[in-house]
Design a protein around this ligand. Structure first.
Ligand SMILES: NC(=O)c1ccc[n+]([C@@H]2O[C@H](COP(=O)([O-])OP(=O)(O)OC[C@H]3O[C@@H](n4cnc5c(N)ncnc54)[C@H](O)[C@@H]3O)[C@@H](O)[C@H]2O)c1
Length: 355
């Protein structure tokens, strides 16, 4: 009878985070953390989990066999999303956390934290127009990370990524926890779009195409390196112009099609999971995991402190940052435009925290 009551209490704890048994106030108890699927996996938190990106992202992460514990945090609607996702018969244990008073419980013990919290664009807006709201949200969430899981890998999706990643870095520096290897801005959607659009032009399966996209994640800072595509291919000047412009404006294409109902959510959730999965494979110690990401490149790629480029992921996050490689004249001129805008966005993020 006693045992049956304990079992039921453990199950209902999924939906009622305040009922969790905490060990010494840090970390969740062994029983609550075990993965039903068997093998021990990674603990992942999604902050902004009830949003347009957060919900499909939570669903896809629940399907990831590398995840043993999935924490869903938001300031609204997490109980419903958690109840829904928790019925999926996959291995990860899911728990919901609602509101700032539960942020620390949501973050404690996490290996990977993914942040899609914040407002999305409406038609006519640039990503920078989101700065005033999203900067504060990212700052607060990163203060929580510095306190509760300073060793976690952090994937930042909230826009403007070109500024929110520098904001996160400044918060971590102030807390004394900054490790440039563990902070990554998610630019994977630009790569996903580039692979798709290039495959359309070449008449290939997008899964066979690999387009490096460097720079940042907004307008002209999104710089596809069409000269370095695998498999090797060439384009006419008109094709290069069309592809570059479509990749740079892919987000706006979706914002306009959604006509006020938000920005890319489903393709973004797909891209975020592709990227998070690469981070988890790196954490597991798999070899040769290379993806593009906006990272603290310590001025080793360009003179800028942050830049998106190909990076190798490993047990500590970013293990190696690759140089840009040979650029053609079109790309060199694009790089100059990208650097100019990036410098302003990075400065804006740094100043926001230090004001
Ligand atoms: N990096 C990229 O490629 C990319 C692509 C698309 C969208 N985005 C960005 O992702 C963000 C989210 O987009 P969306 O469409 O999911 O928006 P959304 O409005 O549908 O969802 C955002 C969620 O964040 C939550 N939230 C707000 N403040 C919060 C806080 N302080 N703590 C925790 N959660 C909070 C909201 O309650 C909501 O559930 C936007 O900033 C958008 O611009 C990035």
């Amino acid at each position: 009878m006693q045992r049956s009551a304990e079992r039921i209490a453990t199950i209902s704890a999924h939906l009622n985070p305040s009922a969790y048994q905490m060990e010494d106030g840090v970390g969740l108890s062994q029983a609550n953390c075990r993965a039903k699927g068997g093998s021990p996996g990674f603990k992942v938190a999604i902050l902004g989990a009830a949003g347009g990106i957060g919900q499909p992202l939570a669903m896809l992460m629940k399907m990831n066999p590398l995840v043993s514990v999935l924490h869903l945090y938001d300031v609204a609607n997490t109980p419903g999303v958690t109840a829904d996702i928790s019925h999926m018969d996959t291995g990860a244990v899911v728990r919901g956390f609602l509101g700032p008073q539960q942020l620390e419980d949501a973050l404690t013990g996490m290996d990977l934290v993914i942040i899609p919290a914040g407002v999305p664009r409406k038609p006519g807006m640039t990503r920078d127009d989101l700065f005033n709201i999203n900067a504060g949200i990212v700052k607060t969430l990163c203060e929580g990370i510095a306190k509760c899981c300073p060793k976690a890998i952090v994937n930042i999706i909230s826009n403007p990524v070109n500024s929110t990643v520098p904001i996160a870095a400044e918060v971590f520096k102030m807390a004394g926890t900054f490790d440039p290897r563990r902070l990554l801005g998610v630019t994977m959607l630009d790569v996903v779009r580039a692979n798709t659009f290039v495959a359309e032009v070449l008449g290939l399966d997008p899964r066979e195409v690999d387009v490096p996209v460097v720079g940042g994640h907004a307008g002209v800072t999104i710089l596809p390196l069409l000269s370095q595509i695998k498999p090797p291919c060439s384009f006419t000047p008109a094709e290069t112009e069309y592809l570059t412009s479509r990749i740079q404006n892919g987000g706006t294409e979706v914002v306009e099609a959604k006509a006020g109902a938000g920005s890319a959510t489903l393709s973004m959730a797909y891209a975020a999971v592709k990227f998070a999965d690469a981070c988890l494979h790196g954490l597991r110690g798999d070899a040769s995991i290379v993806e593009c990401a906006f990272v603290s490149s310590q001025a080793c790629v360009t003179e800028l402190p942050f830049f998106a480029s190909r990076v190798r992921l490993g047990r500590n996050g970013v293990e190696e940052i690759y140089p840009l490689g040979p650029l053609n004249e079109y790309e060199r001129s694009g790089l100059e435009k990208a650097k100019k805008e990036l410098a302003t966005s990075i400065h804006k993020g740094v100043t926001f925290v230090n004001k």
